[in-house]
Design a protein around this ligand. Structure first.
Ligand SMILES: Cc1cc2nc3c(=O)[nH]c(=O)nc-3n(C[C@H](O)[C@H](O)[C@H](O)COP(=O)(O)OP(=O)(O)OC[C@H]3O[C@@H](n4cnc5c(N)ncnc54)[C@H](O)[C@@H]3O)c2cc1C
Length: 459
């Protein structure tokens, strides 16, 4: 039977989290971080490295890695989240956005370097990432996307086109017409990364309190059931869960993403599929798919599923709906017929944060003692490292290369109130799915439905 939920396969595969205490009562700190995912933990990590004298506390509603950081597809990628044109319209300009892209490329190696230094084993393999096209429209789109990327700091040594035979040398996906390879990506086990990071953060002297939901964040203060934490700075690192906090309910839309993982495929099937380089793999479809070959020989594959729940709702400990599991199973069989008969061991879902203009931000307001980061859309595993280090610089009042990156201080307008938000988000993904169907049925150019959806989304 397929396990559904239990936060994620990644979490379940490691067994229960080592328990940490809840916040015992009112507390004072130099910095209070809300949220124990990658953003919050990298912020705490960077703060203590720079200033070992600071008292840094992390407050987590559930447990370390409960959010997207313990549930994601494990693409530690330098891909740029967000709308570059919009970010380039800000004070950092085009050069700032190119700088951000290059910093994101470096972030992949920075995370791998930090893992080596801290002894974090997260099944990391830097095999790059591969986007494959199964229809002429997808191939055109991948080529056009690569051409656009060239003007945003992605050089010929960073990413390049592969023909069908070159894709097949890496991984056998029947019917593929070609693809694009980008070398700035590593496959990771997300929960091993977040748990290893939490241990490293604790070793550095940070206190992590679990089962401590923050009810409200105010100036220099985070309020909890057991009393306030007063601090010079409060860092909000709640990404897809931000809508649960008063005052910021419409800032980031919790977009759902669902995943399945197979049982180990066995050597015979792997001989047919190849994929020895462990590139992470996506497709050129509008309703996107992402996959990885896991260290223990499974395929983990994700996609959108139910895009959005009314009223910015989130899931119940990762349980996803049966229709999405069927959809992902069909997608898996379509990409790898050799894996069609393999049992789906586990299914789950999670939420990631999306701003109204699809752009991420790293922002600090020194007058209020508040800082926050998020809105990485689906590319937050490496970006959250860069964001965390940048938050630490901002909190320490330092002017660095990072604090001048294009996403620093970026402000997006709020999402529409319900029911417009629900209608918009659901309608958008219905359009992307219809566009994919039209292209699969022979349409050779991008469907106008997807073009309209991109305009509505501001992508
Ligand atoms: C299914 C899925 C697949 C994805 N795949 C990829 C991928 O392959 N590559 C990639 O780059 N990105 C991917 N992403 C996105 C990526 O995982 C996220 O961008 C990243 O993990 C965000 O980290 P975070 O620390 O900002 O947020 P989270 O990891 O979501 O952490 C937020 C934390 O805050 C806690 N919290 C929330 N509210 C409160 C409160 N009031 N009080 C206290 N604590 C609170 C939550 O419990 C949670 O632990 C994926 C996301 C999902 C859901």
């Amino acid at each position: 039977m397929t396990v559904n939920g239990q936060v994620s396969f990644w979490q379940a595969s490691l067994g229960p989290n080592p328990p940490r205490p809840a916040l015992p009562g009112p507390t004072e700190a130099d910095v209070c971080v809300v949220g124990a995912g990658y953003t919050g933990l990298w912020t705490a990590w960077a703060l203590r490295r720079a200033r070992p004298d600071l008292r840094v506390v992390v407050l987590e509603a559930d447990h370390v890695g409960f959010g997207a950081s313990g549930r994601n597809g494990g693409w530690l990628s330098g891909l740029m989240p967000g709308n570059r044109e919009l970010m380039a319209a800000g004070p950092a300009g085009r050069t700032g956005v190119v700088g951000l892209q290059q910093a994101l490329h470096r972030a992949v190696d920075d995370v791998l370097g930090a893992c080596a230094e801290e002894g974090i084993g997260a099944d990391q393999v830097k095999g790059g990432t591969l986007a494959v096209a199964s229809t002429p429209a997808q191939l055109r789109r991948l080529r056009a996307h690569l051409a656009t990327e060239r003007s945003w700091g992605v050089g010929p040594d960073d990413a390049w086109e592969l023909d069908a035979a070159e894709v097949a040398e890496r991984v056998a996906v029947p019917g593929v017409l070609g693809g694009v390879f980008n070398r700035h990506c590593a496959r990771v086990h997300p929960a091993k990364l977040v748990r290893g990071l939490a241990d490293a953060v604790e070793r550095s002297g940070v206190e992590i309190f679990e089962r401590t939901p923050v009810l409200r964040i105010g100036d220099h203060e985070a309020e909890t059931l057991t009393g306030p934490v007063r601090a010079s700075w409060v860092v909000r690192a709640t990404e897809g869960y931000t809508a649960g906090l008063p005052g910021v309910r419409r800032q980031l839309l919790p977009m759902n993403s669902s995943m399945v993982v197979t049982e180990p495929l066995g050597d015979e099937r792997w001989v047919q599929i190849g994929w020895e380089g462990c590139e992470t793999l996506g497709t050129g479809a509008h309703a996107y798919l992402y996959a990885q070959r896991t260290a223990d020989g499974r395929i983990a594959l994700g996609g959108r599923g139910v895009a959005y729940r009314f009223g910015s709702g989130t899931d119940h400990r990762g349980a996803t709906d049966e229709a999405t599991v069927r959809e992902l199973r069909a997608a898996l069989a379509g990409l790898w017929p050799a894996a069609a008969g393999v049992r789906i061991a586990h299914a789950w879902c999670g939420v990631l944060g999306v701003a109204r203009d699809w752009c991420p931000t790293v922002t600090a307001d020194p007058h209020r003692g508040l800082a926050w980061a998020g809105g990485y859309v689906g590319d937050g595993v490496a970006a959250s490292h860069l964001a965390g280090l940048t938050l630490a610089d901002l909190v320490l009042g330092e002017d660095t290369e990072r604090t001048r990156l294009a996403w620093v201080g970026h402000a997006s307008r709020a999402w529409e109130p319900e029911p417009l938000r629900w209608i918009g988000a659901r309608g958008l993904y219905a359009m992307y799915r219809a566009a994919d169907r039209a292209e699969a049925d022979g349409r050779t150019r991008t469907s106008p439905l997807a073009v309209v959806a991109d305009r509505i989304a501001g992508r």
